[in-house]
Design a protein around this ligand. Sequence first.
Ligand SMILES: [Zn+2]
Length: 159
Amino acid sequence: MFVITHFSVPFFSYYVSNRYLKTHESNKSLFVNSCFVGLAGLIPDFTDIHISLTARQNSFSHTIWSPALVLILSTIAVLLIKRIPKAFIFWLPFAVLIHLFLDGISGGIKIFYPSHILVGKYFISPLWWGVSDACFLSLLYVTYKKTFNKYPHKAEDYN
Ligand SMILES: [Zn+2]
């Protein structure tokens, strides 16, 4: 999968579930926190940038150790910085797990490093990756417009 899909799936997982649970006091904070969760979904690709499938399958960042490391780091960050939502202890490693799942169904990964057993295969052809990105990009644009332009004359939207 490409970058937009890796960002969007955790973004909308967080966004929709928290909107449903009404956990944020404003749409802006919900959108911003969703962006952080979306960015966490990019960690495996940005900590080990690759182009080929073979490089991805041999990447340490695409193993089960990656979400485990993010779990430890997000727990430390939440304990040290009070402004970070406690839910990020779950959501940041979960975003990385979503990334691994998406790569697992689009070519496979060797998740149980140092074992080289390949998990997954091409359930989703690379031909559909661009379509997926285009759809999610449109959805992100609509969500952004709805969040920041719904009440353009209210001061709280600009604070
Ligand atoms: Zn990846």
